[in-house]
Design a protein around this ligand. Structure first.
Ligand code: FE2
Length: 154
């Protein structure tokens, strides 16, 4: 099922919204590829890019929460870790020759959308207030440094 990105998914934190949208684009790419015959190679590539990007996003997001002094960071980190653990076990099964793309796709759709709406939604107010209090311009340098630090490809 194709996910249509819209304001309902936005947290009002531009750099995070852009990353979430990119993850949704990856999920939609995977969704498009997964039912096509002979798509195994394309599926595998998108799958690896998506997992890599999602893990980079998690560490960037956690760094931003830490910078903002978000109190429930430990909890949030734990949720990211559980999810990463789950998708990495699916990737291992994929490497062993099992066809897991559908299962992974359903997991991503279900988990990520829930996570963006619920758990990320829970930090949004606090992080937004923090950004407003120090000013977007002052955060700009931090954002650029941390994009370079956490992402292989920005
Ligand atoms: Fe998150």
């Amino acid at each position: 099922m194709r996910i249509v990105w819209g304001p309902a998914y936005e947290l009002g934190i531009l750099v995070i919204d852009q990353q979430h949208k990119r993850i949704v684009d990856y999920i939609n790419d995977l969704d498009r590829l997964v039912d096509q015959p002979d798509a195994q190679l394309g599926v595998a590539r998108v799958l690896y890019d998506l997992v890599d990007y999602t893990e980079s996003h998690f560490s960037f997001e956690e760094a931003l929460m830490e910078r903002a002094g978000y109190k429930s960071l430990d909890d949030h980190h734990h949720k990211h870790r559980q999810f990463t653990f789950h998708i990495e076990s699916l990737l291992r099964r994929n490497d062993e020759g099992e066809v897991v793309a559908q299962e992974l796709l359903r997991l991503l759709e279900r988990w990520l959308l829930h996570h963006i709406l619920e758990e990320d939604g829970a930090y949004a107010d606090e992080v937004r207030d923090f950004i407003n209090s120090i000013g977007r311009e002052r955060l700009g340098g931090w954002v650029n440094d941390n994009l370079r630090k956490h992402f292989r490809v920005v």
